[in-house]
Design a protein. Structure first.
Length: 255
């Protein structure tokens, strides 16, 4: 009798493990499809994701190979590329109306800032998002009329570390600058009872990335001008001043 009960118990444990594995596999695929389907609808650019791994038991997960394309009219192939990102969420919240995400960390993303007097790629993506959701600016939440029923989100910590910006601006003679940007840390997003939508989260993250990219690019161009003054003399200084003016005018222009 005891052996029989033991076999039944082992069988139940195996079934539970298999069920968790199947649900996890289904959830991984669902997240990947959601990112690659909803992302382009909101931003009007291609969004690809190579791999998702989530554990229902621990709430931890990892995302690999996230790529956000550029709008039409820009020469560079993508705006953002993330090799690896980690996520920690409250597993119990998956069954509620608001998914609680404890932490998201993007590690060493490559960000492309491409622009001219007609605007920049990051600003264009933000404008696309605002157009789709009915928001009037990068900091405004989407209007209720534009929102669709679905899960709301809470993100306690959103961290971007070791990011680099590839700056490609009209007037730089096709020579991009690669500059690091400081850590970006967003906290307490959607902590209220209503949470935030996925569109609101994307908007706040993209806005923070754009602001950091502009500051880094502006600083890099200023340093380029100083270096030209010291090392190359008058002709190089004039060239650097031309680039600096081009970039400065671009930064003053709002998308």
């Amino acid at each position: 009798m005891k052996k029989h009960l033991l076999r039944i118990g082992i069988g139940l444990v195996v079934l539970i493990i298999l069920a968790v594995l199947m649900v996890s596999l289904f959830l991984d695929g669902a997240v990947k499809r959601a990112v690659e389907t909803i992302g382009p609808r909101l931003t009007k650019v291609e969004v690809k994701l190579d791999r998702v791994r989530l554990s229902l038991l621990s709430g931890s997960g990892r995302i690999s190979g996230l790529r956000v394309g550029n709008p039409e009219g820009f020469k560079t192939p993508q705006a953002i590329s993330v090799g690896s990102a980690s996520i920690a969420l409250d597993p119990g919240s998956l069954l509620s109306d608001k998914i609680v995400i404890r932490k998201i960390e993007l590690v060493a993303p490559d960000i492309t800032f491409e622009g001219g007097f007609g605007g920049n790629n990051l600003g264009r993506i933000l404008a696309n998002l605002n157009e789709v959701t009915g928001a009037s600016d990068t900091n405004a939440p989407a209007q209720p009329a534009a929102a669709k029923p679905g899960k709301k989100l809470e993100v306690d910590d959103f961290l971007i570390t070791d990011a680099k910006v590839h700056v490609s601006v009209t007037g730089m003679d096709g020579k991009p600058l690669v500059v690091p940007i400081p850590e970006i840390h967003l906290a307490d997003l959607g902590t209220g009872p209503d949470g935030i939508t996925a569109a609101d989260l994307i908007r706040q993250v993209l806005s923070a990335i754009q602001q950091s990219a502009i500051k880094a690019a502006d600083s890099a161009v200023a340093d380029l001008g100083k270096s030209a003054t010291t090392d190359l003399g008058k002709s190089a200084t004039e060239s650097a001043d031309k680039i600096g003016k081009s970039v400065g005018d671009l930064f003053k222009k709002k998308e």
